[in-house]
Design a protein around this ligand. Sequence first.
Ligand code: SF4
Ligand code: SF3
Length: 512
Amino acid sequence: MGMFCFQCQETAKNTGCTLMGVCGKKAETANRMDELIRELKRLALTRKPDRELGLFTAQSLFLTITNANFDSERIRKQIDRAKELVGPNPPEIPVGVLACENEDVRSLRELLTYGLKGIAAYTDHAAMLGKENDEIYAFLFKGLAGAAKETDPDTLTTLVLECGEIAVKAMELLDRANTETYGHPQMTKVRTGVGKRPGILISGHDLRDLQELLEQSADAGIDIYTHSEMLPAHSYPAFRKYPHLYGNYGGAWHRQNQEFASFRGPILMTTNCITPVQESYRDRIFTTGMAGYPGVPHIPDRVNGKPKDFSAIIELARRCPPPEPLEDGELIGGFARNQVLSLADAIVKAVKSGAIRRFVVMAGCDGRQKSREYFTEVAQTLPPDTVILTAGCAKYRYNKLALGEIGGIPRVLDAGQCNDSYSLAVIALKLKEAFGLKDVNELPLSFDIAWYEQKAVAVLLALLALGFKGIRLGPTLPAFLSPGVAKVLTEKFGIRGIADAPTDVDAMMNGN
Ligand code: SF4
Ligand code: SF3
């Protein structure tokens, strides 16, 4: 076996990638990531967290999430730095997932580690906007130390649940960072067609990168297009003021081979999901932040608070032809907590009158597998008196369908990126208050979550921490859940896999 990784939903045979990743990760890179995780565990066992170590740990974990960084050399540098920080005589910790032989202990340790990776990604985004929280950094250390040494399933389960509570705090911190910096998202129509000028396509989740790119390209005679998880940026007041933020190009991350080829201009990947780079756009793709790919130019980090330098990308864009059109419509977004709560009275009225019978949260990730057509089918099968609440790139499975509206309220309410699932939880908790309910699970609300990478693991643990029960998770349950751990999650929280769309829609409409 050259490697072992089972952290994402597309893992080989839903058991584990052993030769190379289905994602394209080479065995050498996977093994280095394992080594980096080992060094982070050592760091957690030997040092007290402070801001510098906390951010270093968060960024290191972020580097290892699915489709963020394929650059072995970058991972090696991070390992070297971690070793320096650990110092001499590091504690003995074996490398790799399979070093832990007990399958339940291994499962809990990995569930915890993947939750930490998701928290780390959101923590890094918040830090880029000047918001940090020592409690989150302290938990990254506590969690890593537990994942290194803890062998008692009950203690590990407690850590996993605490991980969910910290995930709520990380998403709340990022929500605050985003809204205090860029304002509260508002209902916005976003063009999906193209203009006549050359463009830059920006993907990933980092809003500060977008802000600096928009600023630096304002008078360059080019347009900026969002891709995949950058779509929600259009709804922030601070970004709406840039006329050259033209629209959104393409769909979710896994179609980038075709879409990046037809875009014809430079592409900037700020975070996951980057997929193996193809010849058709190899000479015009760039990475920045925690994203990386061997041979692809990387825009360096900010130094002393000065903006990143995107001039090379802007210069290249000027020499490129405009994008080829893929479609010519519009998407509606901006239904984060503030916007939805401003409609709370209308929503409560619609529920009381029976105009809205049920809400279904279909947030999370998209992916390549055909089985994800299930989520399109659920959206099409849900009766017209239901509202879909979404966030994350999962939305691309149904956000271009004509699903209509209920009394002026669109039937698909898109709160934003995957981290904005926090907004959906806040909305649900506020609706619970508005209806005078004791338990959020009494709301006419079901969860049918699509997962792919580790941020979705953090979101799931956060939802459990907030008390939501009976969540459906698809298209498959995580391979890293042992039968024993899956049983506990089912018994304690009612987590279940998906069936087929008609069966699940029927069950959800009956409150199951
Ligand atoms: Fe396999 Fe997913 Fe790991 Fe990639 S991230 S190696 S696809 S399990
Ligand atoms: Fe998507 Fe990669 Fe998870 Fe942010 S962009 S949700 S998969």
